[in-house]
Design a protein around this ligand. Sequence first.
Ligand code: APR
Ligand code: PHB
Length: 387
Amino acid sequence: MRTQVGIVGAGPAGLLLAHLLGRDGIGSVVVERRSREHLERRVRAGVLEQGTTDLLDTAGVGERMRREGMVHHGIELRFGGDGHRIDFAALTGGYGITVYGQQEVVKDLLAAREAAGALPLFECEDVEPAGLDGDRPAIHFIHAGERHELQCEIVAGCDGSHGVCLPSAPNGALVAYEREYPFAWLGILAEVAPSTEELIYARHERGFALHSMRSPVLSRFYLQCERDADPGDWTDERIWDELRTRLALDLASGPIVEKGVTPMRSFVVEPMQSGRLFLAGDAAHIVPPTGAKGLNLAVADVRVLAAALRDHFATGDDAGLRAYSDTCLRRVWRAEHFSWWMTSMLHRFPDGAGFEEKLQRSQLEYVVGSEAAATTLAENYVGLGTA
Ligand code: APR
Ligand code: PHB
């Protein structure tokens, strides 16, 4: 097998890259270890920056998102029992975000790949990039019981936080920067109308809570929990009680149809490229979900990589590929800081009673009381931090 770009991973990063390359007439093959059903059912984040929705639109995969996505122009911060709206539109000159589930983005991208007759190879085993430091890289894998070698010019590592591409990077030249947080999020999806128009981020003595949504009849919630929490220990009754207390809201409840624990981690690898390997999305960087940046960063990487590959294949101009990592890392570090800051401001830290808690409270009061501070949050949330 031969192609121009071998892509590992069919998450939003890998699928969008394949789609953008295809529109430029550049060949690619996506090698994915899970099934299509698994990808389409996997519930992940759900907030798209305007830059993300614009790109999906331009790429011809934004039609359903425009119909079903919910455009918001602010969020609410809740602490000390009171809510405070951060008005994105007023603070950023009209910007907003779109609430649309990541798995819906994945479904739309898969439909586009299917229409192009270029679906990923699903359920691949023993996926292994090779020859990344030479000029004939390849991806080895087993598909439908047969061993394959996919020869390509470039390997795009879009295989998420537990992928094989990063560990295969040549010559150990990559440096990782990392922070673990002493808590996790319990995420649930419930068949009930949202009890709020906009997202609510709540800081409470019992821990952080977030009220988000997926549609007029589907709500998404998160509760700060122990790092090693067992979702089985969280009965429906306990979840609703805890949400009502922390959100200080008279919440409507409904059947919980999904429940899972998400660890919280910050991680960046530099540079995002080594030899013929280019990393994009979660394969290169992780943010804690408090700033809703993960998917948006993946899309931003892919936008840069697709443009650089277009130049490479059209004219042999590699300036874009050489600048890829530096270009992406500027946005990545802005998002890393913002996500760390939001996380630090809104969560209960196990040994944070006293001084830290007073600082958090002061910071929250500053953010909702000062237009300058609110603008900092708004600008970063809508994705203008590096503009
Ligand atoms: N071989 C093939 N595919 C693999 C391998 C492997 N060894 N390891 C992982 N994958 C696949 C995963 O099954 C997954 O479908 O790579 C894909 C990576 O997708 P995501 O984890 O969704 O990562 P990415 O595309 O970078 O999307 C951005 O940011 O904050 C997050 O939730 C957000 O997942 C989203 C991500
Ligand atoms: C979500 O809806 O899944 C969501 C929203 C905002 C976040 C994180 C996740 O900060």
